[in-house]
Design a protein around this ligand. Structure first.
Ligand SMILES: NC(=O)c1ccc[n+]([C@@H]2O[C@H](COP(=O)([O-])OP(=O)(O)OC[C@H]3O[C@@H](n4cnc5c(N)ncnc54)[C@H](O)[C@@H]3O)[C@@H](O)[C@H]2O)c1
Length: 439
């Protein structure tokens, strides 16, 4: 199979539409949600949608469902985003995924321990019905996990073909009109892009040669794009943040987005840093530390996997504070991020921030934040919004990197321009894009 072939039945979006922003086609029929990684985030997300559909729980934290879309000249008349733009309905979602350990979403939810049995009971059979397909998995990229539900003894090219088969089988069996894939798998070991990632041709040659630089998440991304399935990356590893994947996304007319869900500590950082800058207060240092006891924390306990996360977490301050423009305020910042695996906490991460600021005449002050959060409770609504917005973008014919979804990511991918990390600027871009698609 060459990159120009069309292994799926879905047509590539027309080039004219892919280049710009057109009115989206209606959201009719079933939207399949494919999740590589059926762990804490994925199972909490699926459970929340099922509970909302049954009228049992509200969708707190979902901007697509709850936030207003104001008119261009102010807040009135404001409708909820879900009523103003043609999004898929929660009732139209079906779920699937892959995992090397979890057999199904119910088992994953119980292992993760995020939700109580009382909340899982009413939706347990639906969760159990989301059965994990055998994963493309390689321990070299996630040393702390030992997966056994994996595609056995295959080269990387055959793994890609097997994933394409999985995607098309899922599409047919569930009568899906459209699909979206969101990587909710473990953070892979740190890597820099290499020659094999430079072009689609090089990547396909690399798959055939079992190139060591190709990670499992990249094989999922390749398979998704070959099937015209939008791909969003919730982890910091390189998946679609690569020249070859951008080339393929453009060629096939498919939206991509990443990387690393912006949830606990980085969410706070991108809320507080713009506030300090608004008042022209100086920053001397920001020390962030976390204790986390879930499987994600265990994976991130390995230095190579932590390095991937660290680079995504460290990037945010500079783009918000602009030290080149304000050297007297932000020219000398020590920014440190630590994560420690501490099993007693499970998914309930505690993040501390010691922030050293300075004010009038340079006098120092300190801010302390202690955020006892629930990691997957914060991440689940982001998965929902990304699913619905990536599907919207695909129906509008928008291809390549979706900068307007930076709001959701710690290390946003951008088309070519500067990366925006300030959450308020990100929200503006999100809403102004949605306004162009409002019905
Ligand atoms: N929870 C948050 O707030 C948050 C925020 C930002 C990013 N993330 C990222 O989201 C991802 C998921 O987080 P989580 O808390 O659900 O972790 P988790 O460990 O509970 O789930 C990850 C799942 O991915 C599976 N997996 C590993 N390699 C795989 C592969 N090659 N194919 C398919 N499945 C694979 C693991 O078996 C595991 O079940 C992690 O990468 C995490 O760093 C989470």
């Amino acid at each position: 199979m060459e990159s120009t072939s069309t292994p799926s039945s879905a047509p590539a979006a027309p080039e004219a539409a892919a280049a710009g922003i057109a009115g989206p086609a209606p959201a009719t029929g079933t939207l399949g949600v494919l999740l590589p990684g059926l762990g804490a985030v994925a199972s909490t997300f699926i459970a929340g949608v099922l509970a909302a559909r049954a009228g049992l729980k509200p969708v707190i934290g979902s901007v697509s469902q709850l936030a207003p879309l104001e008119g261009p000249d102010g807040p009135q008349p404001a409708r909820r985003i879900k009523d103003a733009v043609p999004l898929a309905s929660l009732d139209d979602l079906v779920f699937g995924g892959w995992d090397p350990i979890s057999a199904n979403a119910l088992e994953a939810a119980r292992t993760a321990g995020v939700l109580t049995e009382a909340d899982l009971n009413p939706i347990s059979s639906e969760l159990e019905g989301v059965v994990g397909m055998d994963a493309v998995f390689d321990r070299r990229w996630v040393k702390r996990l030992d997966g056994h539900r994996v595609k056995q003894a295959m080269g990387k090219w055959d793994q890609a073909l097997a994933l394409i088969d999985d995607i098309e089988r899922f599409r047919a069996e569930n009568h899906c009109d459209r699909l979206v894939m969101v990587w909710c798998g473990s953070t892979e070991a740190f890597q820099q892009p290499s020659e094999v990632h430079a072009t689609v041709k090089a990547f396909e040659a690399g798959l055939k040669a079992d190139d060591d630089n190709i990670s499992p998440s990249q094989i999922y991304a390749y398979a998704a794009l070959q099937c015209n399935v939008p791909f969003a990356n919730g982890a910091p590893n390189l998946s679609v943040d690569l020249p070859c994947m951008r080339e393929l996304a453009r060629e096939r007319g498919v939206p991509i987005a990443g990387k690393d869900f912006k949830t606990g500590q980085t969410l706070m950082k991108t809320i507080i840093a713009p506030g300090l800058k608004t008042r022209m207060l100086g920053l001397r240092g920001w020390y962030s530390t976390n204790i986390l006891g879930n499987r994600d924390g265990e994976v991130l306990d390995d230095p190579e996997n932590f390095k991937t996360k660290e680079s995504s977490k460290l990037g945010v301050l500079d783009t918000i504070l602009e030290p080149e423009t304000y050297p007297e305020l932000y020219g000398n910042i020590d920014h440190v991020v630590r994560i420690n695996y501490y099993p007693p906490r499970g998914d309930n991460k505690e993040g501390w921030d010691a922030i050293d600021i300075f004010g009038w005449m340079g006098y120092p002050m300190e801010i302390k934040i202690d955020f006892s959060c629930r990691d997957s409770i914060l991440a689940a609504p982001l998965v929902l919004d990304l699913v619905l917005f990536m599907d919207l973008a695909a129906r509008a014919g928008a291809a390549d990197v979706q900068d307007w979804l930076s709001f959701y990511f710690k290390a946003p991918q951008s088309t070519d321009g500067p990366v925006v990390n300030d959450i308020f600027s990100q929200l503006e871009v999100l809403k102004s894009t949605l306004r162009t698609w409002a019905a």
